[in-house]
Design a protein around this ligand. Sequence first.
Ligand code: ADP
Ligand code: MG
Length: 567
Amino acid sequence: MNNSTIFMGFHYQFSPFGTGTINEKGAMQPQIILLKEGTEASQGRSQIISNINACQAIVDCVRTTLGPRGMDKLMVEAQGKATISNDGATIMKLLDVVHPAAKTLVDIAKSQDAEVGDGTTSVVILAGEFLKQMKPFVEEGVHSQIIIRGVRKATQLAVQFINEIAVKPKKDDDVELRQLLEKCAATAMGSKLINQQKDFFSKMVVDAVMMLDELLPLNMIGIKKIPGGALEDTLLVAGVAFKKTFSYAGFEMQPKQYTDPKIALLNIELELKAERDNAEVRLENVEEYQKVVDAEWTILYDKLEKLHLSGAKVVLSKLPIGDVATQYFADRDMFCAGRVPDEDLRRTMKACGGSILTTVADLGDSVLGTCQHFEERQIGGERFNIFTGCPQAKTCTIIIRGGAEQFMEETERSLHDAIMIVRRAKKNDAVVAGGGAIEMELSKHLRDVSRTIAGKEQMLISAIARALEVIPRQLCDNAGFDSTNILNKLRQKHAQGNRWMGVDILNEDVADNMEKCVWEPSLVKINALSAASEATCLILSVDETIKNPKSGEGPAPQGRPGARRPF
Ligand code: ADP
Ligand code: MG
């Protein structure tokens, strides 16, 4: 046990938690738990309620960002770095939550982001609403375990139902699959800053994902940002692209285009070392000094010659390539780039084949990469090295153009969401209608099921059914619609069997969102529901928090030993 946490007291002096006893044999029994001064502990029903309240506060922070009409948040960190975002996970990460129970919500947002990439705001709002609906039960004294069982049952029913009703468009039809993917991407981006350009970007994102191979590895889509230009100037390169690196004189004489070049990827410095810096050499005369200098040049020339003889046309190195080498390559119609970022060099290796070499001793074709076309191209104010037609792995690079830095960062995050969704949808192609349609349908289903159950679960399941309505309600509130009115309409439509009726953001009405192509992969919804329900159960099952002061810290100034106060 950490000595700073709780220690077992063997003395039986005063303690708010009881006293020690001496048994017949006179030996002390370690019965007393004495908390270090400043330790806070609170427990019981009031603890659960206070945790629920803390979670509500967190939910209120992200509530307004949900949906196509949601607002963005501008967050300023301690160092003054400002971030503008609409992404639940990003906001939650930056919020720096200290409340122990409310941190759970941060975690589910993060896990939703990692697992499916979208639905991060929804998951937090859902969890908050589940807790809110469960609060009256806790207050009335229903046991946590019963509530938890009810929540689990409701979630299980809901997930089952999503799987039943999700629509699976035909996968073998390429045109239809593409349409499906583009619609999912457009829905994911509809709520972001770039929603005006969502048609442009959804095509690009689908193109990008289509370029990947079966496993759809995310790190094979590179995203680069160059300030300047319009958002529509953003381009997708079918291959690897990275910014031109620092170069020396002579670089401009090198050719900037090749077809089918061999590519050498190095982790070698091609530069003359200033020998006087490195060692002390005692020399008698000028000839000897010349020999040392010559030796240095010979080593470098030897490397350069080997590279030249190998037939490589493009030489990339993680380490610097100096002026002598640059000139040497220029004279032999070769291209070189030094100080290539590690990530880019690796992606080039994966795409073009070959290996990253630390010696030039054995330069065969097997260690050299190749691609169909290489060129250096001017994009905005920057020059890019672009490799296309890569034989090995399929890869692509999105070069984002735009004004402010924060804007491009948010664009990158939005594209990331959309890419994740398209990947998900491609792997697992069932979709449901968004805009609150699926939540309303689930709500109706749960309400119907609850009526067939006798016992406390009936109330709990119908409470979860009510909680699900928070998504359409919030979508309406954020758009400035009369949410009560629209929810009444939705309830009526769903009762009549119009399964995919949801909020129509454009016309302040309800609409069939399946027809309107507001589609979301069913996996996003399943994951969000399960994560929200898990968080709810977790928070409901905690009835005591013990917080110890940091070790080394003196007793908290206001702290009485074992003071009980809610957080
Ligand atoms: P999240 O981080 O949870 O994805 P968003 O801000 O992206 O949060 O909002 C997603 C919600 O917005 C989903 O419930 C989705 O169905 C809804 N939505 C997206 N596009 C539309 C649209 N065009 N009309 C109505 N609802 C939409
Ligand atoms: Mg989203």
